[in-house]
Design a protein around this ligand. Structure first.
Ligand code: GLC
Length: 803
């Protein structure tokens, strides 16, 4: 059964059946103020810090039918009393005549019809203005006058989100609310007592209210044997106007809208915000009571996204690919870059996880063309977490700028660094340089992480110095085969082996990073440093080639005793996807071995739902390997279809020139295609999920952990830079597609540095790869590079593929 469809013209996905297999969400606002809204109007909102400054109480683990954080009730006055329902479906679960949740760029709009009332609610956070707006428009569709009340509701959490669940004595004693008169309006103010004079939450609207409620117990009624589905207080004429002095705090405003004539619409504008005091908030509150301000704020969001998406728009023969590349994939990339792994339906934002260095260095690569300044600033923040020895802090709290070694601290006897983390910085910085041409960035001075007793950095270095230190760290941090030591883990967080294990993933990532440095130093005209790195590259290449080939594929690790893992000799985990794709990406694999390795991956790991990370899955907990063996076979890193490495396989196939496979791998994991198998897949068909259960699992095909995953960034890069082949280089923009031979061509509009380029690729001979001719504004140019020497402005690029 399908639950919705794409509306490409309006850049939305429209959910038309609220009973989705799991909640499907969207993001509003930023990390300054915002969070996510689910498709039934529930919302998890916080200011700056999901752990210590959370505003709404949203408990992901509760059943889908439960009230979560926020809702809206409508109350129709009938001859027999009241008819109360939620136009969001949850929590009253009425059989609405129409339900549409429009998942848009920076907003969610829920439209529904029931009992002759059409409700249209747009939920968003204005750019740079911290408040959640719910623009509620209610229309009488019937032929009769209808007497309606609107009762929007939020439930607060204590700002310390974890404490909310671990303390049921001190905490409820501190939660308080009061009502403030504001001319014709009411502002409901809420705070834990200790923040009364410094930080308050508020809920208010643009219309007078007849009553309010802040005490959940009174709202639900009957000592909370009343429910959010049938809140008993809504069957009384008025709410109790209680100002909660403790307990579970909510905010509900009863708006008597009066008689709506047939065809008439009323607009209730709701604001949920946080400020130091009501006085401080008042100007903003007044501003957004005006409908014009709300319309303008929504327009500004649209303008932002026009600009963002204007970096690249494509027209390929694959509509699903177009939908993803033109709207939903870049949207997810920006959300993922913003939220890291903080807060989603699956990432609860409760611990100290904060921002991961490795993840963010990958996420940021997908936003370079759209928001280069933001990418630049974020790179500088990330590099600050690099230590003097070149390794990095695994993660950090973006507010306190405190770094941590992450999960590696949980095992005393294991190393407290991840062997891959620092190397991602090389890929991200060079990607930024190639996109923008901003070579001065290399000279920016960034402190290293270590501080002296006064809290000052003990050493600083240029961005370039940071990159070099990272490479030096890996060069010297090698084990018994002279391959990089695993550290606590590499990209695969869940394989944690005793000290002394070596990682082929890190060896190849190091190789790729060295390649990037060689290209950079060649471009900078520094031949001697380039050749130093070439020596390091050749050294590692020969080690990998002489030690890691298993016959039909590459091994993935050596354990502390020197035994291979990811080898035909193993019982479990005989072959790993990353061990095959990365030697191609690093250029370590010969064309012949690269092909063989990728064919083995195809034969042993591919499924219709995506490529598995490894096979066969470990079948039982084994402390030697750690986390990976805590999953049943087929789940997550234990032979599940872990999606993040799938685009690396796409890139490897594109490098090898196999366009059918590259495109086939892309198409099989395209979320759009999941719309057809959604009962099995379950997650949002408009964003990538992190994982899909693999063949060995009884629920093969089921996805989880959507939104915040490196899959977004890498699928975007794989599709745009490697399948479509539109790839920034230092000297210009390379056009080197590797497509399905069935395609007759495609076109794209690409903003690049100061140019706007209209690219047309023709494939008359139906090949996968190989540019035979390229013209810029009708003039033939050598090779397939749009050179940076061409004057700025708009240009037409025509490219012909062929033999
Ligand atoms: C998760 C983590 C990422 C890691 C991956 C594989 O996606 O966020 O850092 O590389 O799992 O273990």
């Amino acid at each position: 059964m399908k639950f919705g469809h794409f509306d490409n013209e309006n850049r939305e996905y429209v959910i038309t059946n609220p009973r989705t297999p799991v909640k499907w969400i969207n993001y509003i606002g930023t990390r300054e103020f915002g969070g996510f809204v689910d498709h039934t109007g529930g919302a998890l909102i916080c200011q700056q810090d999901p752990t210590f400054n959370r505003i709404t109480k949203y408990i992901q683990q509760m059943p889908a039918s439960d009230f979560k954080g926020a809702t809206l009730y409508l109350r129709l006055h009938t001859d027999d009393g009241y008819h109360v329902f939620s136009p969001f479906f949850v929590p009253t679960l009425d059989p609405l005549d129409l339900f549409e949740c429009h998942v848009g760029l920076g907003y969610t709009r829920i439209i529904s019809e029931y009992l002759g009332l059409r409700t249209n609610v747009t939920i968003f956070v204005p750019l740079d203005d911290p408040r959640e707006i719910r623009d509620i428009q209610i229309t009488n569709l019937s032929d009769n006058p209808l007497n309606v009340d609107a009762i929007p509701l939020v439930e607060y959490t204590h700002p310390d989100a974890l404490l909310q669940f671990t303390n049921a004595d001190w905490l409820p004693q501190t939660m308080q609310s009061r009502a403030v008169e504001d001319g014709r309006f009411k502002i409901l103010v809420q705070y834990p007592f200790m923040f009364r004079d410094t930080r308050i939450n508020y809920l208010t609207s643009n219309l007078p209210v007849s009553a309010f409620e802040t005490d959940r117990k009174k709202f639900l009624g009957d000592n909370e044997y009343g429910t959010f589905r049938v809140p008993l207080s809504l069957f009384q004429p008025e709410l109790t106007n209680s100002q909660a002095s403790r307990g579970d705090n909510i905010a509900a405003l009863l708006h008597p809208l009066g008689i709506l004539q047939p065809g008439e619409t009323t607009r209730v504008i709701l604001q949920l915000g946080q400020d130091s005091s009501i006085e401080a908030a008042r100007t903003g509150i007044e501003k957004y009571r005006q409908a014009e301000a709300v319309d303008e704020a929504l327009k500004e969001i649209r303008v932002f996204w026009d600009g963002y998406l204007g970096a690249l728009q494509v027209d390929t023969p694959d509509e699903s690919m177009n939908a993803m590349l033109n709207v939903h994939n870049p949207h997810q990339c920006y959300v993922t870059k913003t939220w890291s792994r903080y807060l989603s339906y699956y990432q609860l934002g409760l611990g100290s996880r904060g921002i991961g260095y490795r993840d963010s260095m990958q996420d940021v690569q997908s936003v370079m063309a759209s928001v280069p300044e933001e990418a630049r600033a974020f790179l500088l923040t990330l590099l600050y977490f690099q230590k003097c020895d070149g390794s990095v802090m695994h993660q950090f709290n973006p507010l306190t700028l405190e770094g941590s070694e992450g999960d590696s601290l949980e095992m005393e006897d294991r190393p407290h660094y991840y062997s891959d983390d620092h190397l991602w910085g090389v890929l991200a910085v060079t990607a930024y340089l190639k996109e923008t041409g901003d070579l001065n960035f290399l000279k920016e001075i960034v402190p290293f992480y270590e501080k002296d007793a006064q809290g000052d950095a003990i050493e600083s270095g240029s961005v370039l110095e940071h990159l070099k230190r990272g490479l030096d760290f890996t060069r010297h941090d090698t084990g018994q085969h002279d391959l990089p030591l695993l550290g606590f883990a590499d990209w695969n967080d869940t394989v944690n082996m005793p000290t002394g294990a070596e990682s082929l993933f890190t060896a190849n990532l190091y190789g790729k990073a060295l390649l990037e440095m060689i290209i950079l130093f060649d471009h900078l005209g520094d031949a001697s440093t380039a050749s130093e790195y070439r020596v390091a590259y050749d050294e590692m290449k020969s080690r990998v080639e002489s030690i890691a080939w298993d016959g039909k594929w590459y091994v993935r690790y050596f354990d502390d005793e020197g035994n291979p893992i990811g080898s035909s000799k193993n019982t479990y985990g005989q072959i790993y996807l990353n061990a095959q794709s990365w030697p191609v990406i690093s250029g370590f694999a010969s064309a012949e071995r690269g092909r063989r390795a990728m064919d083995s991956a195809y034969e042993r790991l591919n499924t219709n739902y995506g490529i598995r990370l490894s096979a066969p899955g470990f079948d039982g907990y084994d402390p030697k390997y750690g986390g990976v063996t805590t999953y049943p076979p087929g789940a997550k890193e234990n032979s599940g279809i872990f999606l993040h490495p799938n685009p690396w396989a796409i890139i490897a196939e594109a490098i090898l020139g196999n366009g059918e496979r590259a495109y086939g791998y892309y198409a099989q994991i395209n979320p759009v295609a999941k719309n057809e198998v959604i009962d099995i897949y379950e997650c949002e068909p408009y964003v990538y999920a992190q994982n899909i259960l693999g063949e060995e699992h009884p629920q093969f095909g089921l996805a989880r952990n959507s939104w915040l995953t490196g899959t977004a960034s890498w699928c975007y890069q794989a599709a745009t830079q490697w399948i479509l082949g539109i790839r920034p280089e230092y000297d210009g923009l390379r056009i080197d597609p590797c497509i399905s031979s069935s395609w007759s061509g495609f076109s794209a509009t690409r903003r690049f540095r100061g140019w706007l380029l209209y690219i047309n690729v023709h494939n008359p001979q139906h090949v996968c790869k190989g540019v035979v001719e390229m013209k810029v504004d009708g003039e033939a140019v050598p090779g397939n590079l749009f050179s940076q020497d061409i004057p700025q402005g708009e240009h037409e690029i025509e490219v012909w593929l062929g033999e």
